[in-house]
Design a protein around this ligand. Structure first.
Ligand code: CP
Ligand code: NVA
Length: 310
Protein backbone atom coordinates (compact mmCIF):
# COMPACT_ATOMS: atom_id res chain seq x y z
CA UNK A 1 0.00 0.00 0.00
CA UNK A 2 1.50 3.28 -1.12
CA UNK A 3 -1.29 5.44 0.31
CA UNK A 4 0.13 8.13 2.60
CA UNK A 5 3.71 7.04 1.94
CA UNK A 6 6.74 9.00 0.74
CA UNK A 7 8.57 8.15 -2.45
CA UNK A 8 12.19 8.97 -1.70
CA UNK A 9 14.00 6.00 -3.25
CA UNK A 10 13.10 2.92 -5.32
CA UNK A 11 15.05 0.90 -2.76
CA UNK A 12 12.31 1.57 -0.18
CA UNK A 13 9.59 0.14 -2.45
CA UNK A 14 8.66 -3.53 -2.55
CA UNK A 15 8.89 -5.39 -5.86
CA UNK A 16 5.06 -5.40 -6.02
CA UNK A 17 4.91 -1.66 -5.40
CA UNK A 18 7.33 -0.99 -8.27
CA UNK A 19 5.12 -3.04 -10.59
CA UNK A 20 1.98 -1.40 -9.18
CA UNK A 21 3.34 2.06 -10.11
CA UNK A 22 4.32 0.99 -13.63
CA UNK A 23 1.03 -0.85 -14.22
CA UNK A 24 -1.04 2.07 -12.98
CA UNK A 25 1.02 4.52 -15.04
CA UNK A 26 0.24 2.46 -18.16
CA UNK A 27 -3.47 2.46 -17.22
CA UNK A 28 -3.51 6.22 -16.68
CA UNK A 29 -1.74 6.71 -19.99
CA UNK A 30 -4.40 4.65 -21.76
CA UNK A 31 -7.19 6.55 -19.96
CA UNK A 32 -5.73 9.90 -20.93
CA UNK A 33 -5.28 8.85 -24.56
CA UNK A 34 -8.90 7.63 -24.66
CA UNK A 35 -10.18 10.83 -23.08
CA UNK A 36 -11.46 8.97 -19.99
CA UNK A 37 -11.60 11.25 -16.92
CA UNK A 38 -9.31 10.16 -14.09
CA UNK A 39 -9.73 12.81 -11.42
CA UNK A 40 -8.35 10.76 -8.54
CA UNK A 41 -7.01 13.83 -6.73
CA UNK A 42 -10.01 16.16 -6.96
CA UNK A 43 -9.32 19.29 -4.91
CA UNK A 44 -5.85 18.18 -3.75
CA UNK A 45 -2.76 20.35 -3.87
CA UNK A 46 0.87 19.45 -4.50
CA UNK A 47 3.68 21.84 -3.54
CA UNK A 48 6.70 21.55 -5.82
CA UNK A 49 9.93 22.82 -4.24
CA UNK A 50 12.73 23.42 -6.73
CA UNK A 51 16.26 24.17 -5.54
CA UNK A 52 17.60 23.21 -9.00
CA UNK A 53 16.40 23.86 -12.57
CA UNK A 54 13.89 21.66 -14.35
CA UNK A 55 11.86 21.42 -17.54
CA UNK A 56 10.34 17.92 -17.52
CA UNK A 57 9.86 17.40 -13.79
CA UNK A 58 8.26 20.78 -13.24
CA UNK A 59 5.91 20.66 -16.20
CA UNK A 60 4.93 16.99 -15.89
CA UNK A 61 4.14 17.22 -12.16
CA UNK A 62 2.16 20.44 -12.60
CA UNK A 63 0.19 19.19 -15.59
CA UNK A 64 -0.18 15.77 -13.95
CA UNK A 65 -1.80 17.01 -10.74
CA UNK A 66 -4.09 19.23 -12.82
CA UNK A 67 -5.23 16.28 -14.96
CA UNK A 68 -5.91 14.36 -11.74
CA UNK A 69 -8.29 17.12 -10.62
CA UNK A 70 -5.90 18.88 -8.26
CA UNK A 71 -3.51 21.75 -8.48
CA UNK A 72 0.23 22.26 -8.26
CA UNK A 73 2.17 25.12 -6.70
CA UNK A 74 5.60 25.89 -8.11
CA UNK A 75 7.78 26.84 -5.14
CA UNK A 76 11.20 28.12 -6.11
CA UNK A 77 13.75 28.39 -3.33
CA UNK A 78 14.47 31.87 -4.66
CA UNK A 79 11.04 32.90 -3.43
CA UNK A 80 10.53 30.65 -0.41
CA UNK A 81 11.88 31.64 3.01
CA UNK A 82 13.73 28.31 2.72
CA UNK A 83 16.12 30.13 0.38
CA UNK A 84 16.77 32.70 3.14
CA UNK A 85 17.60 30.06 5.70
CA UNK A 86 14.26 28.96 7.20
CA UNK A 87 14.90 25.41 8.42
CA UNK A 88 13.59 22.61 6.24
CA UNK A 89 11.93 21.03 9.28
CA UNK A 90 9.85 24.18 9.85
CA UNK A 91 9.02 24.45 6.15
CA UNK A 92 7.87 20.82 6.25
CA UNK A 93 5.52 21.39 9.17
CA UNK A 94 4.08 24.60 7.73
CA UNK A 95 3.49 23.15 4.25
CA UNK A 96 1.86 20.07 5.80
CA UNK A 97 -0.90 22.36 7.14
CA UNK A 98 -1.77 23.60 3.64
CA UNK A 99 -0.93 20.91 1.12
CA UNK A 100 -1.68 17.24 0.40
CA UNK A 101 1.75 16.36 -0.96
CA UNK A 102 5.20 17.82 -1.62
CA UNK A 103 7.60 17.13 -4.47
CA UNK A 104 11.13 18.36 -3.89
CA UNK A 105 14.16 18.67 -6.17
CA UNK A 106 17.33 19.56 -4.30
CA UNK A 107 21.00 18.75 -3.72
CA UNK A 108 21.56 16.42 -0.75
CA UNK A 109 19.28 13.41 -0.33
CA UNK A 110 19.41 14.18 3.41
CA UNK A 111 17.44 17.39 2.78
CA UNK A 112 14.64 15.33 1.24
CA UNK A 113 14.78 12.88 4.12
CA UNK A 114 14.61 15.71 6.65
CA UNK A 115 11.60 17.19 4.82
CA UNK A 116 9.88 13.80 4.80
CA UNK A 117 10.62 13.21 8.47
CA UNK A 118 8.90 16.44 9.53
CA UNK A 119 6.12 16.53 6.94
CA UNK A 120 2.99 14.54 7.67
CA UNK A 121 1.97 14.41 4.00
CA UNK A 122 3.62 12.32 1.24
CA UNK A 123 6.97 13.63 0.00
CA UNK A 124 8.18 12.72 -3.51
CA UNK A 125 11.83 12.90 -4.55
CA UNK A 126 12.01 14.93 -7.77
CA UNK A 127 15.81 14.41 -7.96
CA UNK A 128 18.67 14.72 -5.52
CA UNK A 129 22.42 14.45 -6.07
CA UNK A 130 22.04 10.80 -5.06
CA UNK A 131 18.81 9.60 -6.71
CA UNK A 132 16.19 10.28 -9.38
CA UNK A 133 13.49 7.66 -8.68
CA UNK A 134 10.64 9.21 -10.72
CA UNK A 135 12.82 9.16 -13.83
CA UNK A 136 13.85 5.53 -13.42
CA UNK A 137 10.29 4.34 -12.73
CA UNK A 138 9.39 6.19 -15.94
CA UNK A 139 12.21 4.48 -17.78
CA UNK A 140 10.94 1.07 -16.64
CA UNK A 141 7.53 1.91 -18.15
CA UNK A 142 9.25 3.02 -21.37
CA UNK A 143 11.35 -0.16 -21.52
CA UNK A 144 8.20 -2.21 -21.04
CA UNK A 145 6.54 -0.41 -23.95
CA UNK A 146 9.49 -0.91 -26.29
CA UNK A 147 10.93 -4.22 -25.12
CA UNK A 148 8.10 -6.08 -23.39
CA UNK A 149 7.21 -6.95 -19.82
CA UNK A 150 9.83 -9.61 -19.21
CA UNK A 151 12.51 -7.48 -17.53
CA UNK A 152 14.38 -10.62 -16.48
CA UNK A 153 15.18 -11.34 -20.12
CA UNK A 154 16.64 -7.87 -20.71
CA UNK A 155 20.10 -6.40 -20.35
CA UNK A 156 20.61 -2.67 -19.81
CA UNK A 157 23.98 -0.95 -20.09
CA UNK A 158 24.61 2.41 -18.45
CA UNK A 159 27.61 4.27 -19.82
CA UNK A 160 29.04 7.52 -18.43
CA UNK A 161 29.10 9.28 -15.08
CA UNK A 162 28.17 7.33 -11.96
CA UNK A 163 25.46 9.75 -10.80
CA UNK A 164 21.90 9.98 -9.49
CA UNK A 165 20.59 8.22 -12.62
CA UNK A 166 23.10 5.37 -12.28
CA UNK A 167 22.19 4.89 -8.64
CA UNK A 168 18.47 4.82 -9.36
CA UNK A 169 18.94 2.46 -12.33
CA UNK A 170 20.71 0.07 -9.97
CA UNK A 171 17.78 0.20 -7.54
CA UNK A 172 15.24 -0.14 -10.36
CA UNK A 173 16.97 -3.04 -12.13
CA UNK A 174 17.46 -4.83 -8.82
CA UNK A 175 13.69 -4.70 -8.13
CA UNK A 176 12.50 -5.92 -11.53
CA UNK A 177 15.26 -8.50 -12.08
CA UNK A 178 16.87 -6.82 -15.11
CA UNK A 179 20.56 -7.27 -15.86
CA UNK A 180 22.43 -3.97 -15.55
CA UNK A 181 26.03 -3.43 -16.51
CA UNK A 182 27.47 -0.04 -15.55
CA UNK A 183 30.56 1.43 -17.22
CA UNK A 184 32.15 4.51 -15.62
CA UNK A 185 35.70 5.71 -15.05
CA UNK A 186 37.11 4.31 -11.77
CA UNK A 187 37.01 7.74 -10.12
CA UNK A 188 33.38 8.33 -11.13
CA UNK A 189 31.62 5.16 -10.00
CA UNK A 190 28.12 4.94 -8.59
CA UNK A 191 27.55 5.26 -4.83
CA UNK A 192 29.17 2.29 -3.09
CA UNK A 193 26.33 2.19 -0.57
CA UNK A 194 23.69 2.14 -3.30
CA UNK A 195 25.55 -0.63 -5.13
CA UNK A 196 25.64 -2.73 -1.97
CA UNK A 197 21.93 -2.15 -1.22
CA UNK A 198 21.01 -2.94 -4.82
CA UNK A 199 23.01 -6.17 -4.70
CA UNK A 200 20.97 -7.19 -1.65
CA UNK A 201 17.70 -6.55 -3.54
CA UNK A 202 19.13 -8.35 -6.56
CA UNK A 203 19.60 -11.55 -4.57
CA UNK A 204 15.82 -11.75 -4.34
CA UNK A 205 15.01 -10.82 -7.96
CA UNK A 206 17.93 -12.55 -9.65
CA UNK A 207 19.11 -9.29 -11.28
CA UNK A 208 22.74 -9.32 -12.33
CA UNK A 209 24.38 -5.98 -11.47
CA UNK A 210 27.96 -5.37 -12.55
CA UNK A 211 30.44 -2.53 -12.94
CA UNK A 212 33.30 -2.22 -15.41
CA UNK A 213 35.62 0.53 -16.57
CA UNK A 214 35.17 -0.68 -20.15
CA UNK A 215 32.13 0.73 -22.05
CA UNK A 216 32.31 -1.88 -24.84
CA UNK A 217 32.17 -4.67 -22.26
CA UNK A 218 29.13 -3.13 -20.53
CA UNK A 219 27.30 -2.62 -23.82
CA UNK A 220 27.95 -6.15 -25.08
CA UNK A 221 24.62 -7.67 -26.21
CA UNK A 222 22.66 -4.98 -24.36
CA UNK A 223 18.98 -4.49 -25.24
CA UNK A 224 18.92 -0.99 -23.78
CA UNK A 225 21.82 1.46 -23.67
CA UNK A 226 21.46 4.52 -21.44
CA UNK A 227 23.58 7.51 -20.68
CA UNK A 228 23.28 10.87 -18.95
CA UNK A 229 25.11 14.18 -18.83
CA UNK A 230 28.75 14.10 -17.76
CA UNK A 231 28.27 17.16 -15.55
CA UNK A 232 25.13 17.08 -13.43
CA UNK A 233 23.46 20.11 -11.88
CA UNK A 234 25.86 21.52 -9.32
CA UNK A 235 28.94 20.28 -11.22
CA UNK A 236 28.95 23.00 -13.89
CA UNK A 237 32.46 24.21 -12.90
CA UNK A 238 33.85 20.71 -13.59
CA UNK A 239 32.34 20.54 -17.08
CA UNK A 240 35.54 21.12 -19.10
CA UNK A 241 37.63 18.70 -17.06
CA UNK A 242 34.90 16.08 -17.21
CA UNK A 243 34.59 16.36 -20.99
CA UNK A 244 38.16 15.09 -21.31
CA UNK A 245 37.85 12.32 -18.73
CA UNK A 246 34.57 10.97 -20.12
CA UNK A 247 35.43 11.17 -23.83
CA UNK A 248 35.87 7.36 -24.13
CA UNK A 249 32.37 6.93 -22.65
CA UNK A 250 30.43 8.61 -25.46
CA UNK A 251 27.45 6.64 -26.76
CA UNK A 252 28.12 6.60 -30.51
CA UNK A 253 27.60 4.18 -33.39
CA UNK A 254 30.98 2.57 -32.84
CA UNK A 255 30.12 1.68 -29.23
CA UNK A 256 26.64 0.49 -30.24
CA UNK A 257 28.17 -2.14 -32.55
CA UNK A 258 28.66 -4.15 -29.34
CA UNK A 259 24.98 -3.99 -28.40
CA UNK A 260 22.13 -6.19 -29.58
CA UNK A 261 21.08 -5.32 -33.15
CA UNK A 262 17.67 -4.22 -31.93
CA UNK A 263 19.02 -2.20 -28.99
CA UNK A 264 17.32 1.05 -28.03
CA UNK A 265 19.11 4.05 -26.57
CA UNK A 266 17.52 6.07 -23.80
CA UNK A 267 18.36 9.42 -22.21
CA UNK A 268 16.56 11.15 -19.34
CA UNK A 269 17.37 14.58 -20.85
CA UNK A 270 18.65 17.22 -21.04
CA UNK A 271 21.17 15.75 -23.50
CA UNK A 272 24.46 17.28 -24.59
CA UNK A 273 25.05 16.17 -28.18
CA UNK A 274 28.68 15.64 -29.05
CA UNK A 275 29.42 14.84 -25.40
CA UNK A 276 27.71 11.82 -23.79
CA UNK A 277 25.77 11.03 -26.99
CA UNK A 278 26.23 11.80 -30.68
CA UNK A 279 23.56 13.68 -32.57
CA UNK A 280 23.11 10.69 -34.88
CA UNK A 281 22.50 8.20 -32.08
CA UNK A 282 20.17 10.64 -30.35
CA UNK A 283 18.09 11.30 -33.45
CA UNK A 284 17.96 7.60 -34.40
CA UNK A 285 16.42 6.95 -30.99
CA UNK A 286 14.35 10.12 -30.69
CA UNK A 287 11.09 8.11 -30.80
CA UNK A 288 12.13 6.25 -27.64
CA UNK A 289 13.70 9.25 -25.90
CA UNK A 290 10.60 11.42 -26.29
CA UNK A 291 8.30 8.55 -25.21
CA UNK A 292 10.53 8.43 -22.15
CA UNK A 293 10.04 12.17 -21.61
CA UNK A 294 6.25 11.84 -22.09
CA UNK A 295 6.09 8.95 -19.65
CA UNK A 296 7.26 11.20 -16.81
CA UNK A 297 3.71 12.59 -16.89
CA UNK A 298 1.97 9.22 -16.65
CA UNK A 299 4.34 7.74 -14.09
CA UNK A 300 4.18 10.72 -11.78
CA UNK A 301 0.40 10.80 -12.05
CA UNK A 302 0.47 7.18 -10.86
CA UNK A 303 2.83 8.05 -7.99
CA UNK A 304 0.71 11.02 -6.91
CA UNK A 305 -2.58 9.14 -7.18
CA UNK A 306 -1.25 6.11 -5.27
CA UNK A 307 0.37 8.13 -2.47
CA UNK A 308 -2.01 11.10 -2.17
CA UNK A 309 -5.55 9.79 -2.83
CA UNK A 310 -7.99 9.29 0.06
N1 CP B 1 14.93 14.33 -16.76
C1 CP B 1 14.60 15.38 -15.97
O1 CP B 1 14.43 15.23 -14.76
O2 CP B 1 14.47 16.58 -16.60
P1 CP B 1 14.34 18.01 -15.93
O3 CP B 1 15.66 18.31 -15.26
O4 CP B 1 14.05 18.94 -17.06
O5 CP B 1 13.24 17.98 -14.92
N1 NVA C 1 22.23 13.67 -13.67
C1 NVA C 1 21.45 14.81 -14.12
C2 NVA C 1 20.03 14.41 -14.34
C3 NVA C 1 19.17 15.54 -14.87
C4 NVA C 1 17.73 15.13 -15.02
C5 NVA C 1 21.55 15.92 -13.09
O1 NVA C 1 21.46 15.63 -11.89
O2 NVA C 1 21.74 17.07 -13.48
Amino acid sequence: MLKGRDLLSIHELSVDEVHEIIDFAAELKAMQKAGVPHRFLEGKTLGMIFEKSSTRTRVSFEVGIYQLGGMGLFLSNRDLQLGRGEPIKDTARVLSRYLDGIMIRTFGQERIEELAKYADIPVINGLSDLLHPCQVLTDLLTIREHKGKNFRALKMAYVGDGNNMTNSYLYGAAKVGMTLSVATPVEYKMSAEVFENAQTDAQESGAELTWTENPAEAVKDADIVVTDTWASMGQESEHDARKKIFAPYQVNNELLKNASKSAIVMHCLPAYRGEEITDEVFENNAHVIFDEAENRLHTQKAIMALTMAN
